[in-house]
Design a protein around this ligand. Structure first.
Ligand code: AMP
Ligand code: ZN
Length: 472
């Protein structure tokens, strides 16, 4: 079956065909690196990771760029609000200059790449950092200028959307209502309120034909997509909030400059809320992976939780929901390493076909996970075949079912005999005696005592087994 994906531009599910197979070119809007990426941001990179794994499985060669915005992103996607990088510098008491901006972003780029690695996101072929591509951005603005798509004002250079008749085609923007609804005082020099800055004049920044300043936020993605992937790319991804302003601006700039269709398929992930509230710095409820680690969750738990939802469905994170995901992933690994591992087997083509067909339907990860569990529960399959099939499925899901091969039991939290403190061993021994004499009341009491001490005891066919509580 062919891969079908939902294209935001046509609002339909379309069969995926790249321009120049076997290569697929993907551009992903990356984070603004003035702080840690929050868990909502991370969904944008997990969903494209699934897309890449599906394409790699279909033997495409994937060229993928994720950009890193290290200047110029204002808190409002239009041309208003505070500059996020400057806000980061102020927050950390750093001087407002290009060098400290670079240092600040170095730190958060490293943190973001660590997050991606922890989430088992395959690295892109190119990480493009906006401040490394200022020349390309200036060149693109010059081209737009020469072709008559821009005009200069006292505070910058603006893209004139009236010169680009299909402006706003992503998400069907109603330009007339934007015009009549706009606040006049915002920027009287703009010809249309939806015109956007391609250059912002200022005391800080780089030299350009329009004076010192910064490229506008949108131009960075057009310039870096063209520089790293070419004038026409297959897939462009990002969060749903980017559709109206950022991505319409990218289309206008790129197509005005090159005269060709910029992107074939636009893909957008829906938002994550936390406790039914928008994740936002101003509301003080940003939550990142480190907060999850502090609560005893792993990046893998979060990835599993994300895959339980379809990338186009809004999801609300709660610690209860994440705990359920953690337990499910833990059970999956337990089955894999304690029941299925260690025996020869082959991949079940039938299950694999059902699994892959789900992913080919616009990356339906919840349906794919349902097939994973049907393998676990399958009555007629041998443990070896289950193991092989789950490993094959995991090359697409990236849950780490292969990596634990060597250290399976240890990472699952099963404690070796030598590491059990004497008093706990005594309690276990007493419980064994109670069990043997079928004194279930005493056995249950001792289980509770062990639980209070931070240990979970399980009764298995081969006797009692002790687990660290933080792995449950
Ligand atoms: P930013 O650093 O603001 O440019 O955002 C990085 C990526 O995260 C972009 O693709 C955004 O669209 C996306 N994003 C931002 N907030 C959320 C959220 N709450 N849920 C899902 N994606 C988000
Ligand atoms: Zn972008």
């Amino acid at each position: 079956m062919p891969l079908t994906i939902y294209n935001t531009e046509t609002k339909t599910l379309e069969t995926f065909t790249p321009r120049r197979p076997p290569v697929v070119r993907i551009y992903t809007c990356g984070p603004t690196v003035y702080d840690y990426a929050h868990i909502g941001n991370l969904r944008s990179y997990v969903f494209v990771d699934i897309l890449k794994r599906v394409l790699l499985h279909q033997n495409y060669r994937v060229q993928h760029t994720i950009n890193l915005t290290d200047f110029g992103h204002l808190s409002d996607d239009g041309d208003h609000g505070e500059d996020k990088m400057l806000k980061g510098l102020q927050r950390e008491g750093l001087p407002l200059n290009l060098e400290s901006m670079r240092n600040l972003s170095d730190r958060y780029i490293t943190a973001f790449q660590e997050d991606c690695q922890a989430l088992r996101i395959l690295p892109p072929t190119t990480w493009s950092r906006a401040s490394d591509y200022v020349r390309e951005q200036i060149r693109l603005i010059k081209t737009l200028d020469l072709k008559g798509y821009t005009y200069e004002t006292s505070d910058g250079v603006y893209f004139d959307i009236a010169r680009f008749p299909t402006y706003g085609r992503l998400g069907n923007i109603d330009l007339e209502s934007i015009k009549s609804g706009a606040r006049v005082e915002v920027n009287p020099e703009k010809r249309h309120p939806a015109d956007f800055a391609v250059w912002k004049k200022g005391e800080l920044g780089w030299d350009s034909p329009w004076g010192k300043g910064f490229p506008g936020w949108h131009i960075e993605c057009s310039a870096m997509a063209i520089a790293t992937l070419g004038k026409q790319i297959d897939v462009h991804t990002g969060g749903i909030d980017h559709v109206h302003t950022h991505h319409n601006a990218e289309i206008a700039q790129s197509e005005a400059a090159t005269g060709r269709q910029f992107v074939r398929y636009w893909m957008h992930n829906a938002f994550i809320t936390f406790d039914n509230t928008k994740i936002s710095k101003s509301l003080g409820n940003t939550i990142n992976l480190r907060h999850l680690y502090d609560r005893g969750f792993s990046a893998g738990d979060y990835r599993y939780w994300l895959l339980l939802g379809h990338y186009r469905s809004p999801l609300n994170l709660t610690f209860e929901g994440l705990t359920q995901a953690k337990q499910a992933l833990y059970r999956l690994k337990r089955h894999q390493y304690e029941e299925f591992a260690g025996q020869p087997g082959v991949v079940s083509e039938n299950h694999m076909h059902r699994f892959f067909s789900a992913l080919e339907q616009d990356l339906d990860t919840p349906a794919a996970l349902a097939v994973v569990w049907s393998v676990v529960r399958e009555k007629t399959m041998t443990p070896g075949n289950k193991f092989a099939t789950l490993v094959a499925m995991d090359t697409l899901l990236g849950l780490g079912l292969q990596d634990e091969k060597q250290t399976g039991l240890q990472t699952l939290g099963v404690i070796s005999q030598a590491d059990i403190p004497t008093e706990i061993q005594d309690l276990l021994q007493a419980r064994e005696v109670a069990r043997n004499s079928q004194d279930w009341t005493e056995a249950d009491r001792l289980r509770d005592v062990l639980a209070t001490a931070g240990y979970k005891v399980e009764d298995t066919a081969s006797g009692q087994r002790l687990l660290r509580d933080d792995h449950i």
